[in-house]
Design a protein around this ligand. Structure first.
Ligand code: ATP
Ligand code: MG
Length: 274
């Protein structure tokens, strides 16, 4: 289905993503982990063609995505919807209009200019909000919602495109543990119910383990781990994060910030996430 071959991105002398290769045979939920600067976002941006790769290939259902131009490239971008840490909603616009903007990639210029949406599109937007448990907020401004609710609006907007792949760049990094759980559960359900592939950059090990079928670990641009949650032992995690024997898994847990506030914990968090 997806075949990544020696995908590389360099910025000057810096190799942000270094010959990353892996295959995905059928839709699954993949978590990418690694410390800050490991190349996770750059990788996702290359998949979505937001950033051009320096070399390598990216085949999706046999087509080399990196060679797509113009309209074909835009169609690909609508096939793989992006979700960001900061939601990227229009804060003053109502929720349902934010969701409807997910159709923009597929619309005529005229329709876009006049914000003309069909009845079907409006129904679809409301259905998606219902599915994500936030239909009651449809008429509110996006900025009036909690972070977790806003991220679910962003997911609904992504689903308007009917994407084959959902690329999520640290989708829960700005959320408290409760909201983080709701958002991850929504992504997991979308994967299971719709059969869409999800690739999510995650900064916490426990989240990757709990929700993903497959985990890819990146370090200094290279893929240093590719396996199941069970194969991701503490030793492997230590290697991915490049931490020494002081490395504690708790330091990459979502829960820690709420429950432990010792200096030691803060130090460890800084170590693995900065
Ligand atoms: N537009 C750019 N220009 C120059 N260098 C860049 C650019 N984008 C990323 N880099 C560099 O590429 C490397 C990988 O960055 P990237 O943002 O992909 O890491 P990341 O794993 O997503 O980190 P984080 O966890 O902090 O989001 C870093 O060294 C970064 O400085
Ligand atoms: Mg990043």
């Amino acid at each position: 289905m997806l075949d990544v071959k020696a995908l590389t991105k360099t910025f000057g002398n810096n190799t942000a993503v270094d010959k990353v290769s892996f295959k995905v045979e059928k839709p699954c939920m993949i978590g990418i982990i690694g410390r800050s600067g490991a190349g996770k976002s750059t990788f996702l941006r290359m998949v979505n063609r937001l950033t051009d790769a320096s070399s390598g290939e990216l085949l999706f259902e046999g087509r080399n995505v990196l060679e797509l131009k113009g309209r074909a490239r835009r169609e690909w971008q609508s096939d793989c919807a992006m979700i960001f840490q900061q939601f990227n909603l229009v804060p003053r616009m109502d929720v349902v209009s934010n969701v409807l903007h997910g159709t923009l990639g597929k619309r005529s210029t005229l329709g876009t200019m006049f914000n003309l949406f069909t009845q079907d599109e409006i129904h679809k937007a409301i259905d998606l909000l219902e599915r994500l448990g936030i239909a009651e907020h449809a008429a509110k401004r996006a900025e009036a919602l909690s972070g977790g609710q806003q991220q679910r609006v962003a997911i609904a907007r992504a689903l308007m495109q009917d994407p084959k792949i959902i690329l999520a760049d640290e989708p829960i990094a700005s959320l408290d543990p409760m909201n983080a759980q709701t958002v991850m559960e929504a992504l997991r359900r979308i994967h299971e119910e719709d059969g869409r592939m999800v690739i999510a950059n995650l900064h916490t090990l426990d989240t990757a383990r709990r929700y993903c079928d497959r985990i890819i670990g990146m370090r200094d641009g290279r893929m240093v781990f590719d396996g199941t949650p069970a194969q991701l032992t503490t030793g492997v995690a230590r290697d991915i994060y490049g931490a020494d024997e002081n490395f504690s898994e708790a330091a990459t847990s979502t829960e820690i910030r709420d429950h432990i506030h010792s200096d030691e914990a803060e130090r460890l968090i800084a170590k693995v996430t900065v």
